[in-house]
Design a protein around this ligand. Structure first.
Ligand code: SAH
Ligand code: SF4
Length: 347
């Protein structure tokens, strides 16, 4: 069966011709899919009944099959999808006040980079996702929101996988988010563990899409212990690429800092970070660690976070602590898949 979300408008017109339908219907169907965002052919009421039937027989609206779903007390919704080849991926919807709805989507099944505190890193690499599979995660949320009169406003590539390891598909998905769902580039964020060549390439793209870099440590040997990728691209090289990005795009860069008790939440560490980032047009997003089964440490305490922030201020480095969302539903990267696999373990 053909996945309609994977087709361009021209390909859709081509398909209709093959089905013996007039090509102008392509625009009508496109409109139902992306402007009105309906989830089934029955709702496409200006199409003749036989056209809807033919579409239903030959095509489908998307390929992701919902395998699990959880709703948090704070409104965060997490979904686990099964892909046609059996791979499992996650996406999360986070409603914020003032009508912001943010989808957090995956770029790969699993991840090859093995960051020690990350549930996805702990499960290893499955495969790259196609642009259609990346896009469809946001498309489904947009569709569900449209059904209740709401709009998907932001998308972050912070689910499973490393988007810059799957660079072309991730950027093709970004293009679809902008052109099909009308999400502005400034409302899209790509998060990378620090793949230096791709950061430079991304800087040259001329896009307004935001970039976030997972730093987590300001010292090379300690960062390598948490994020093995640091052995390939150590902090000095990473920072050179980040400075290049800021100079080239004139945009602010975000650094992510998973605050881990006793690991990277000390005043000494904040000073190292302050020295590293002082003078750079950047923002530090501090996210208290979401504990995972494969990593023994826990989140930094409120008191340590206060001290950390106060120390960064001495270096004029902007930083905010982000509230952890969906903590009761394992909404951290890769955690729902882990929880569901555990529950279904034989024996
Ligand atoms: N691979 C990309 C994007 C996906 S991870 C990257 O690493 O940036 C998105 C963010 O979640 C990263 O900053 C990552 O370090 C962070 N993260 C992963 N596991 C976490 C956990 N258990 N607690 C808090 N943050 C975590
Ligand atoms: Fe991969 Fe990002 Fe998790 Fe590291 S933090 S293992 S790069 S998904």
């Amino acid at each position: 069966m053909i996945n309609l979300y994977a087709l361009t408008l021209d390909e859709l017109a081509e398909l209709l011709a093959e089905l013996g339908e007039p090509r102008f219907r392509a625009r009508q169907i496109w409109d139902w899919m992306y402007a009105k965002r309906v989830g089934n052919f029955e709702a496409m009421t200006n199409l003749p009944r036989h056209t809807r039937r033919k579409l239903g027989e030959a095509t489908r609206l998307g390929e992701l099959e919902m395998a699990a779903r959880r709703q948090s007390k704070d409104g965060t919704e997490k979904r686990l999808y099964r892909l046609p080849d059996g791979q499992l991926i996650e996406s999360v919807l986070m409603p914020y006040d003032n009508n912001r709805q943010t989808a957090c989507i995956s770029s790969q099944a699993g991840c090859a980079f093995g960051c020690v505190f990350c549930a996805t890193g702990q499960m290893g690499f499955g495969r790259h996702l196609s642009a259609a599979e990346i896009f469809e995660q946001a498309m489904i949320f947009a569709r569900d929101l449209a059904a209740r009169g709401e709009r998907l406003s932001n998308v972050v590539f912070m689910g499973m996988g490393e988007p810059f390891h799957n660079y072309d598909a991730s950027l093709a998905a970004v293009d679809k988010l902008m052109n099909r769902l009308g999400i502005g580039a400034r409302h899209i964020t790509i998060s990378t563990v620090g793949l230096v060549p791709q950061i430079r390439r991304f800087a040259d793209e001329g896009l307004q899409v935001k970039l976030a870099v997972s730093l987590h440590k300001a010292d090379d040997s300690e960062r390598s212990a948490l994020l093995p990728v640091n052995r390939r691209w150590p902090i000095a090289e990473l920072m050179d690429a980040c400075r290049y990005y800021v100079e080239r795009t004139k945009r602010r860069i975000t650094f992510e800092w998973a605050a881990i008790a006793g690991e990277n939440d000390t005043v000494a560490e904040a000073r190292r970070l302050g020295r590293l980032l002082a003078g750079l047009h950047c923002h530090v997003n501090i996210i208290p660690l979401n504990p995972t089964g494969g990593y023994a440490r826990g989140p930094a305490t409120a008191l340590e976070l206060e001290r950390f922030l106060a120390t960064l201020r001495q270096y004029d480095v902007n930083a905010t602590v982000r509230v952890r969302r969906g903590i009761d539903i394992e909404a951290g990267c890769g955690q729902l898949k882990t929880a569901v696999m555990e529950a279904h373990k034989p024996g």
